[in-house]
Design a binder for this molecule. Structure first.
Ligand SMILES: CC(C)(COP(=O)(O)OP(=O)(O)OC[C@H]1O[C@@H](n2cnc3c(N)ncnc32)[C@H](O)[C@@H]1OP(=O)(O)O)[C@@H](O)C(=O)NCCC(=O)NCCS
Length: 237
């Protein structure tokens, strides 16, 4: 299997790496399937839509290839555990995966807790319809105040930021979506967190990238004043 991933125990201290793959470019081979555990192969077989099945396989191969490379071990011997909220984890590194129609990405950091989320921009109408079920009151207020032609982009930006945060916290939807709000202020993006969620919004670094028809948002936990560089890398699996 050909890979262009940088090798060795990387990334170093202040770099996080965002690896991306367009799943339609991935060719399913026996060698790729052989990287999966028996459980993963069974799960792969359970997906009926071919696109979802391919997405699942690409995500597994991407995770095993990137993490094996960073840990200096064979991809098939990377050992995953699962936190109480279902997040896959490996010892010695922080990573998070996201996949949706047409894009699979993995965010990797040696030292910082990370979360990543991607969505198609065409998801905007659904998100705006869900309104208070997915956004905090201040986010809704800001959305409503925007000119109509900017609401779609803002809705998907907010949603991917929110998902990147709940994924970096490792809790997924166990974190109340209305308990924290992203605000676009003159000083930049700010995260307001309710005291009950036991966090300091200033200790996070967020970025949103437009990537063809998708948005990708990343959340990186880092000490204030010590920004982490985000490297974007195409993974050729
Ligand atoms: C896991 C969760 C946080 C993200 O799910 P998602 O946005 O559907 O899917 P993503 O592709 O972004 O992320 C899935 C990956 O996150 C990882 N993950 C699973 N549980 C996680 C958790 N608790 N914390 C962080 N990451 C987690 C897994 O690697 C998973 O991929 P895998 O199942 O192939 O291993 C999920 O609980 C969630 O938020 N679902 C929201 C779905 C929703 O309500 N959509 C409506 C909006 S239109």
């Amino acid at each position: 299997m050909k890979t262009t991933l940088p090798s060795g125990k990387a990334p170093h201290l202040d770099t996080a790496r965002l690896y991306w793959v367009r799943p339609e470019t991935f060719i399913e081979t026996p060698a790729a399937l052989a990287l999966l555990t028996a459980d993963e192969r069974a799960q792969h077989q359970r997906f009926i839509p071919p696109g979802k099945r391919r997405e699942y396989l690409v995500a597994r191969v991407l995770a095993r290839t990137v993490l094996g490379n960073a840990l200096n071990c064979a991809p098939e011997s990377v050992h995953f555990t699962t936190n109480p909220w279902g997040r896959p984890e490996v010892e010695g590194l922080h990573f998070n995966l996201t996949h949706t129609d047409g894009l699979v990405t993995l965010l990797l950091s040696e030292h910082h807790e990370v979360g990543v989320d991607t969505e198609l921009l065409t998801r905007a109408p659904k998100l705006l319809e869900l309104g208070p079920n997915v956004f905090a009151p201040n986010e809704l207020k800001d959305l409503t105040a925007l000119p109509a032609d900017r609401r779609a982009q803002r809705a998907v930006t907010l949603w991917t930021l929110k998902e990147s945060y709940i994924k970096a916290r490792g809790m997924g939807l166990a974190l109340a979506l209305d308990g924290f709000a992203f605000r676009f202020t003159a000083e930049g993006l700010q995260l307001e967190v309710e005291p009950g969620l036991n966090d300091d919004g200033a200790r996070w670094q967020f970025q949103t990238l437009t990537f063809g028809p998708h948005l990708i948002s990343t959340a990186i936990h880092h000490p204030p004043g010590d920004p982490v560089t985000l490297e974007l890398l195409e993974a050729r699996l």
